[in-house]
Design a protein. Structure first.
Length: 657
């Protein structure tokens, strides 16, 4: 029987009354649905707890009330954070006179000193949500407040106070707040804080606010062997984002002599910003943005302001120089090779989602654009030679982008006879797929050796600049903007994704030829990931291969033997030479150090070489997809460990060619 609205009549006994309405009090909603507050219960969510507590200490520093923060990690998954700020108020709360302000902050959602803007002009905390959420999801939390030369303590378990606020007596030379907590295993299971991740987070905070000193310490037993995480150190960077960027780009070649770094205050005390940007000659750029020291990996309105300032500024400079081609420049051309850091401090920031991955404050775009545009004009005018080089670099990017849009796939004849070859491609003379090969090599040095060693009739060589983009963790926009991959796609001629056409493939075989070391294996893994993600049909058709260059040459009494790795070297030494023989062992530093004749003999000559064919086992398709996602996704520590352990035993099929 249906009811008035066409639905089914209630089943007997299926009551629904006021008694069925559940009311969650205090911090119970947080423990019931932690994902609503911290995005889940995985490793990222666990470290979000640490970020909230450290961010609160940073807010004290940014507000000018603290200049030192101590962070230490202890066995048992205990994390402690101490600042030398004002200390959380401990007097009775006016609205809840039976509770101290401290207890209200840690047991009540949406309580804190960041709503009115009186206590904190610019803050990164979650306006009272952060501390109480961390407390709710902690097995135990211990709070110490040094205020007015008195030390106050209180302990909580699963968000509920288990002790009263206690005055522990007088203290000298101490002020501020200390929070020590252990995440609840009932929520996070066996997950534990990662020292390397926490250390990187603390280091980025020290870069972002040059006025703070962060003292890091970690029990040595928690640091995995081989990790670069120190047991103790002091993090203080007077150069701010300029120091941050210098560390990020290391010794990479730049288009401009030195990064452009600066800072500016917003009008009417609306906040301030700091930036450091440069442009790289080779490889992909990046842009790391922050709002009130909070990382914003998805960018947002402050990033849009920077983008607009750079594009408009460079176009205006081109117009001043009467360079009409500057009109073609877009944000894609400016940002593709740019490496940059942007940090803003604004009042009452608005973020997308509880985990604050994207800044959505509308006024941030206007404030950043206006502040940066003014200083950009002065910077460009102050060094015309440098500005001309930068403008030319961006114009080249724009023209390359437009040319590739017009000719997405170029037939070999037009590519070799009418247009500039893609990248540094040295093409072969023979047309058609049958019997032709494209060798992908790392760097110009290796490319030079390969070009001399190849058979010009059937073998083409395309040098790539170092490690290509990791397509498993990059956006489609980054893939389209990556010059190395665009050159590779154009050289192959068959398109990618939904534009793939096997009939337009220009080579019968693609051979990945990298150095016989861990870095070479990493580059090979990135290239195989590209083919798996963007050109899987080539892999299924058996057209993708790995070259096998030797790592060692063993010589004695006119006899030369090549070994692929250390294990192979030891085996050949025992099998091919007498114990009394003096064997000369030469280690090849890379393909670029190998004489062309030797490279041809060992690696490129079809009559003598060995290739490995990359295969996709159809019966393990799901496992392969999961493995690629896990090891080539957004967890570089897993990827690095896997390559080190398995570089010599990749899942490929040997092929004598």
């Amino acid at each position: 029987m249906s009811d008035l609205f066409g639905g089914q009549a209630p089943k007997p006994g299926a009551s629904y009354s006021a008694a069925d309405i559940e009311v969650l009090e205090g911090l119970e909603p947080v423990r019931k649905r932690p994902g609503m507050y911290i995005g889940g219960t995985d490793e990222n969510a666990l470290h979000h707890l640490a970020a909230e507590i450290i961010d609160n200490a940073m807010d004290e520093a940014v507000a000018g009330h603290a200049d030192r923060i101590e962070v230490w990690l202890e066995p048992g998954n205990w994390l402690a954070v101490r600042d030398n700020g004002r200390g959380i108020p401990v007097d009775p709360h006016p609205k809840f006179p039976k509770q101290s302000a401290l207890e209200v902050i840690f047991t009540t959602l949406h309580s804190g000193g960041k709503f009115s803007g009186k206590a904190y002009a610019t803050s990164g905390g979650l306006h009272g949500v952060g501390s109480s959420v961390v407390n709710a999801l902690a097995a135990r939390m211990e709070v110490e407040v040094a205020r007015d030369r008195q030390l106050f303590t209180q302990a909580y378990e699963q968000g509920k106070p288990v002790t009263k606020l206690v005055n522990a007596g007088a203290v000298q030379n101490r002020r501020g707040t200390q929070i020590r907590f252990r995440p609840d295993p009932e929520i996070f299971g066996k997950l534990e804080f990662k020292p390397e991740r926490l250390f990187r987070f603390c280091r980025s905070k020290a870069y972002l606010y040059r006025g703070v000193e962060i003292r890091w310490s970690c029990d040595p037993s928690l640091i995995r062997e081989g990790a670069e995480t120190p047991a103790q150190t002091v993090l203080h960077f007077p150069g701010g984002l300029g120091d941050f960027l210098a560390t990020a780009i290391e010794k990479k070649s730049q288009v401009i002599p030195a990064p452009w770094a600066g800072e500016a205050n917003f009008p009417e005390e609306a906040g301030r910003l700091e930036w450091a940007v440069t442009w790289l000659e080779d490889g992909d750029g990046f842009l790391s943005t922050y709002a009130n020291t909070i990382p914003t990996p998805l960018g947002g309105t402050h990033e849009a302001g920077l983008r607009n300032a750079l594009v408009k500024g460079l176009r205006a400079f081109g117009e001043l120089k009467k360079e009409k081609r500057a009109e073609k420049i877009t944000a894609e051309d400016v940002l593709a090779g740019m490496a940059g850091m942007l940090s803003v401090f604004i009042r009452e920031p608005q973020f997308q989602g509880q985990t604050k991955d994207k800044l959505t404050s509308p006024e941030a775009q206007r404030l950043v654009e206006n502040a940066m545009r003014n200083q950009l004009d002065h910077w460009l005018a102050g060094d015309p030679g440098m500005a001309d080089n930068l403008l030319a670099f961006c114009i080249e990017r724009a023209e390359e982008r437009l040319r590739r849009r017009e000719q997405k796939e170029t037939p070999r004849k037009s590519a070799t006879r009418k247009l500039r070859l893609p990248g540094k491609l040295a093409d072969c003379a023979k047309e058609g797929v049958e019997g032709t090969e494209l060798f992908l090599v790392e760097g110009d040095s290796a490319g030079g050796s390969a070009k001399q060693a190849r058979n010009r009739e059937t073998q083409a060589v395309l040098p790539l600049r170092g490690k290509i983009l990791n397509v498993a963790s990059a956006s489609a926009d980054k893939l389209r903007a990556n010059q190395e991959l665009k050159d590779l796609i154009e050289a192959l001629g068959c398109g990618v994704g939904d534009r793939f056409d096997a009939n337009r493939l220009r080579y019968g075989r693609v051979v990945i030829m990298t150095d016989a070391d861990v870095d070479g294996a990493h580059i090979a893994a990135l290239l195989m990931t590209f083919f798996y993600k963007e050109l899987p049909q080539l892999v299924r058709d058996g057209r993708v291969h790995l070259a096998q260059p030797p790592l060692y040459r063993l010589q004695a009494n006119g006899k030369s033997i090549y070994a692929m790795d250390d294990a192979d070297k030891d085996r050949l030494m025992k099998r091919e030479f007498k114990p009394s023989q003096k064997v000369e062992v030469s280690r090849f530093k890379g393909l670029g150090e190998m004489p062309p004749a030797l490279l041809k003999e060992t690696t490129m000559d079809p009559k003598r070489r060995n290739l490995l064919r990359v295969v996709l086992p159809t019966e393990e398709r799901a496992r392969t997809a999961d493995l690629i996602e896990a090891l080539m996704g957004r967890k570089p520590e897993l990827r690095f460990r896997f390559i080190q352990d398995n570089a010599a035993t990749l899942d490929v099929e040997a092929l004598d060619a």
